[in-house]
Design a protein around this ligand. Structure first.
Ligand SMILES: [Cu+2]
Length: 122
């Protein structure tokens, strides 16, 4: 009788441990697609949090404006820097962010005021 009870407690404990481990092992959500608007002189939004593997598209306006670009100023370890062309309008630039961490983006023509941060979840 005593042995049976011990077994039940043990099994219940194991089940709990397994259930708790599943969400962590499954990791983050699905890759997303997000658009960042380019304006004079700012990105919109300036802060983004996305799942790993998401694609970010920076979209320039369809009207003539100031010239801007997109440069990865600082990214997670091992991520190569990327930079778009400089453009004023009718342009877009895409990047797939595969490595979790923080990506600091700046416009090299307005680096004091035009910046944004993207956080890629694990
Ligand atoms: Cu700019």
């Amino acid at each position: 009788m005593k042995q049976t009870r011990l077994t039940i407690v043990l099994v219940a404990g194991l089940t709990l441990a397994t259930a708790a481990a599943v969400p962590a092992a499954a990791g983050g959500g699905k890759p997303q697609k997000k658009t960042v608007k380019i304006a004079d002189n700012y990105y919109s939004p300036t802060k983004l949090a996305v799942n790993k593997g998401s694609t970010i598209t920076w979209k320039w306006p369809d009207t003539t404006g100031d010239t801007h670009d997109v440069l990865l100023d600082k990214g997670p370890k091992g991520v190569k820097k990327f930079q778009s062309e400089s453009a004023g309008s009718f342009y877009s630039y895409k990047q797939k962010l595969k490595v979790p961490g923080e990506y600091k983006i700046i416009c090299t023509l307005h680096e004091q005021e035009m910046k944004m941060t993207i956080r890629v979840r694990k």
